[in-house]
Design a protein around this ligand. Structure first.
Ligand SMILES: [Zn+2]
Length: 319
């Protein structure tokens, strides 16, 4: 227990070295000496500067490069120790080196870890892989980075995947909005959550979750939630993107707005934690619980936001 709550972190990442999701944006390889390679190097340096400033702002330690070299089993045990240290019931890993690798990590502590499938949804056989991921590997969701896709989320080519997801009854976590640290993707034609509306209407029993309050598409996400009751929101990460909005906006404002309009049933706590030595990012949990308590949210709402909704979407039974 954390305070009087059974906390489930809906959205974290199992820290596998070189994983696209932990660095935010896929690292492309360019021939050395080409303008593209120089541009890529410049963007990496810019991202690193932003990351360094962000770490200092939150007083987070620097990532330990040796931690990334640890075995999967050691990393899994280290994550379990983090959960025990803070009294967190369970954690959902949205990514972790591919479905098979993440499934191995989850199997090590299956009562505490939950894994999402995270294969390319446009790859041939993606629907089949989804079925394998859930029925054989025991993963319990699907994670997609919409701005990194080849085509939009409402592309008909994904409908066979949605049909598989619908039959499996697992939630789908879809990142929209800017991706990565400074130098990442700020916009493209695939990054707006509004594009999910037709899919959410066509598959009303699939629970979709849009992380980070929709980032710069807060408005679009709120209206999407209004249109489709099967669209949820997660609170994960530092939400430092609020700094780039053209008006004052805080995580407290976001929680209040979504609570007032969408309701506690569709808000899920997430931390977006991944790397060591930081481990579980307790500050995000503390800040968000404080915000909810200062808003005088009923106890039942806190139980839903910080664990109950995740238990229901993952179909975990009573926690
Ligand atoms: Zn994430």
């Amino acid at each position: 227990m954390f305070q009087d709550l059974h906390v489930v972190d809906f959205h974290a990442h199992f820290p596998i070295k070189g994983d696209v999701s932990t660095s935010g944006v896929g690292v492309r390889q360019y021939a050395a000496g080409t303008p593209a390679a120089e541009q890529a190097a410049y963007m990496r340096a810019q991202a690193e500067r932003y990351r360094a400033a962000w770490r200092l702002a939150w007083d987070f330690p620097e990532p330990d490069p040796e931690a990334a070299e640890l075995s999967l089993e050691t990393l899994a045990d280290r994550w379990l120790a983090e959960l025990d240290r803070y009294g967190i019931d369970r954690i959902g890993f949205a990514t972790g080196g591919g479905n098979d690798i993440l499934a191995r990590a989850v199997k090590r502590h299956p009562d505490r870890f939950i894994g999402f499938a995270h294969h390319n949804p446009f790859a041939p056989g993606a629907a089949e892989e989804m079925r394998r991921a859930v029925t054989e590997l025991k993963l319990r969701g699907l994670k997609i980075l919409a701005p990194a896709l080849e085509r939009r989320i409402d592309d008909r080519g994904l409908y066979s995947l949605w049909e598989a997801v619908e039959a499996l009854g697992v939630p789908v976590l879809i990142h929209f909005g800017m991706l990565g640290a400074g130098g990442g993707i700020s916009w493209n034609e695939r990054d707006n959550p509004g594009a999910l509306e037709q899919v959410a209407r066509d598959f009303p029993t699939i629970q979709f979750v849009v992380p980070h309050f929709g980032i710069q598409y807060v408005k679009e996400l709120l209206f999407l939630c209004w249109a489709c009751e099967n669209v949820n929101v997660d609170t994960s990460g530092s939400n430092q993107w609020t700094r780039w909005m053209p008006y004052s906006l805080t995580v407290d404002d976001l929680i209040r707005k979504f609570y007032e309009t969408v309701g506690a049933e569709r808000i899920l706590f997430g931390s977006d934690s991944s790397w060591f030595p930081r481990g579980f990012s307790i500050r995000y949990l503390q800040d968000q619980i404080r915000a909810c308590r200062f808003m005088n949210l009923p106890d039942d709402a806190l139980r839903k936001i910080f664990g109950g909704n995740a238990v229901r979407l993952f179909r975990l039974g009573g926690t």
